[in-house]
Write a protein that binds this ligand. Structure first.
Ligand code: SF4
Ligand code: SF4
Length: 303
């Protein structure tokens, strides 16, 4: 026991990541590259620097002196980071009192996280909540996740794993007895589109979803609703048919796309991938909701 892993955030009092009031722990690293990813700081496995250029103080050069790799420079008063030189050490973020440079990702031990999580046990008990492990893809750090889940079990804390589903099924099998609920993403049913918008085939994901459902695992299916990606009737119906054919009955959450991720991507030096995509209209959300509720299943719009 006592291993460490890399996380990029801990969100307290979360109400959209499973039942009740929860603490959500975001683990870093993901095998997918979803064009709409709302947590782009969770994609890379290692620590990285987010640049809030508008906070940089005129005349200050503290971080330039602190950087051991010469990765930072200021050009006409604007702070610039050469990511090809940066190893994410975080020295610049530590010295920047203006918080213009912030570390996305830090190494933490299981006891450190659980100490933070355990502070809110009274709220979990009162609300039927607990802890949610999200990301990134939490199964990308399997030994770390397993220890966190074991500790939750030992303390009687309800544990949710929010997953892209892209991991060997043997990992799901190993974790099954320790997980109270899986939040399982079903993003795009057409494999070619899935590859185009996420960077990987959906074959393993669909197989895992079927096997997990077959195993009787408690799970909710989460579908991001993204205009121009998966909002055509044929796509929504194909996803609904797939969900309806699963052996278990699982509630479905429709997660409307929003643009909040674009600024985060820019701060990490990433281009916006869907710059012209607008959030789904109320009419589209209603239509999609009706398609997924076709067999009488529960459909929840939102987290
Ligand atoms: S330490 Fe912060 S405020 Fe100073 S130059 Fe660097 S980014 Fe700007
Ligand atoms: S994280 Fe380290 S290497 Fe990267 S810019 Fe900051 S000080 Fe330099």
């Amino acid at each position: 026991m006592g291993s460490s892993g890399i996380i990029f955030d801990i969100k307290k009092f979360a109400v959209h990541d499973g039942p009740g009031i929860r603490t959500t722990v975001f683990l870093k690293g993901c095998p997918l590259r979803c064009a709409w990813c709302h947590n782009p700081e969770g994609i890379a496995a290692g620590p990285e620097i987010a640049v809030f250029a508008d906070r940089c103080v005129k005349g200050c050069r503290d971080c330039l002196a602190a950087c051991p790799r010469g990765a930072l420079k200021k050009v006409r008063g604007i702070i610039l980071l050469d990511r090809s030189l940066c190893d994410g050490c975080g020295a610049c973020a530590e010295i920047c009192s203006a918080e213009a440079l912030r570390s996305a990702g830090r190494t933490v031990s299981v006891p450190e996280i659980m100490e933070e999580v355990a502070r809110d046990i009274p709220f979990y008990r009162e609300s039927g909540g607990g802890v949610t492990f999200s990301g990134g893809e939490p199964l990308a750090q399997p030994a770390f996740l397993r220890e966190l889940l074991l500790d939750c079990r030992a303390r009687g804390i309800h544990a949710v794993v929010d997953t892209s589903g892209h991991a060997p099924f043997s990992l799901f099998e190993e974790l099954l007895p320790l997980v109270d609920l899986f939040l399982f993403d079903l993003k795009v049913i057409d494999d070619e589109s899935h590859r185009r918008f996420t960077g990987v085939s959906n074959r393993l994901i669909l197989e895992n979803l079927e096997k997990l459902s077959c195993s009787g695992a408690p799970l909710s299916v989460r579908v991001p609703l993204i205009p121009g990606v998966n909002d055509a009737d044929r796509d929504l119906k194909a996803m609904a048919e797939f969900r309806d054919a699963l052996p278990g009955r699982h509630p479905l959450h429709l997660l409307p796309y929003h643009r909040g991720y674009a600024a985060k991507r820019l701060r990490l030096g990433l281009d916006a991938v869907l710059p012209d995509t607008a959030p789904p209209s109320g009419e589209l959300q209603e239509r999609a909701g009706k398609i997924f509720a076709g067999n009488g299943s529960t459909v929840i719009i939102g987290g």
